[in-house]
Design a protein around this ligand. Structure first.
Ligand code: ADP
Length: 271
């Protein structure tokens, strides 16, 4: 691929990444980070068509609320600086899931990041240019809610890498203008949307296994249909979701298999 005009440091780091997927949501609290984490976990536990494990990286650029370390059980982990850049944190010894988050750089998990635009932009540039990911099949990027400076910066830096996006919503947020703004952002920036995930879609009672539609259901699918998007599936409210590493792989597997139908391997999302 031609990376004419792109930052050379970023080109050096990301040329070995086959697919870049940004996870977006119109507003906060809908489960964007949870979906990013599950997607990354699920992909990293699957195998490539050649039989080798799929290599995945997750980059958390939700600078004001980095929750990926906690979700992956990596709270307190630190990023090491090597002579060849930042070494990401790995979730296991097989190194199939590499994680980078601003959360690893904060002294305490309760520290907050209050940064103005230029500093955020510099941080994002550094994340893209300084992390030693190595070969990756997928880089999942958990972005802040809405469409902010961070989205604009990252898309500028990634323009020549042809990223794609997945959007997360909840049934009660479906009709909100925030969603439409995010969709509009994708269109204006020519960011291809792989599809929509409806999270917190109904509650399955652990005792009777009946599904209660707390906030309604099906809105995500209707929105997808109306906007001509692929509907990737729904994830029910699961009190155990916080234990992402142990329990929540099944739903993600479903999403991934549906993503698979849109053929995600080897850069296919770019076509
Ligand atoms: P966002 O990234 O959109 O702000 P998060 O992924 O941080 O949202 O989710 C917000 C909170 O809701 C978290 O505490 C998360 O564990 C919880 N959560 C997300 N999705 C679900 C779900 N399907 N079932 C139960 N809790 C969920």
């Amino acid at each position: 691929a031609s990376h004419l005009g792109a930052d050379p440091k970023i080109v050096r780091r990301l040329s070995s990444v086959s697919n870049i997927i940004l996870v977006l949501s119109g507003k906060g609290g809908v489960g964007k980070s949870s979906v990013s984490a599950q997607l990354a976990l699920s992909l990293s536990s699957s195998t490539h068509s050649s039989g080798r494990p799929i290599r995945v990286g997750i980059l958390d650029i939700d600078l004001t609320g980095p929750s990926i370390p906690r979700m992956l059980g990596l709270d307190g982990a630190t990023v090491k600086q090597s002579t060849d850049g930042w070494v990401p944190v790995y979730t296991d010894t097989t190194q199939s899931l590499a994680v980078m988050s601003v959360g690893f750089l904060l002294r305490s998990r309760n520290d907050s990041v209050v940064w103005r635009g230029p500093k955020k932009n510099a941080m994002i540039k550094q994340f893209l240019g300084d992390v030693r990911w190595g070969q990756l099949d997928y880089l999942i990027i958990d972005t802040p809610p809405g469409t902010s400076d961070e989205h604009i910066s990252i898309l500028e830096y990634l323009r020549t890498f042809n990223p794609a996006a997945v959007m997360v919503t909840t049934p009660q947020a479906v009709s909100l203008a925030d969603n439409l703004r995010s969709l509009d952002f994708c269109r204006k920036t020519s960011l291809p949307l792989l599809g929509l995930v409806e999270n917190m879609s109904g509650y399955i009672c652990p005792h009777c296994k009946d599904c209660t539609n707390v906030w309604g259901k099906g809105g995500g699918e209707a929105l997808a249909k109306r906007e001509g998007l692929h509907f990737l599936g729904r994830i029910p409210i699961d009190p155990g979701l916080v234990r992402v590493l142990d329990d929540a792989k099944e739903d993600a597997q479903q999403i991934v298999s549906q993503l698979g139908e849109t053929s995600l391997e080897d850069g296919a999302i770019h076509k």
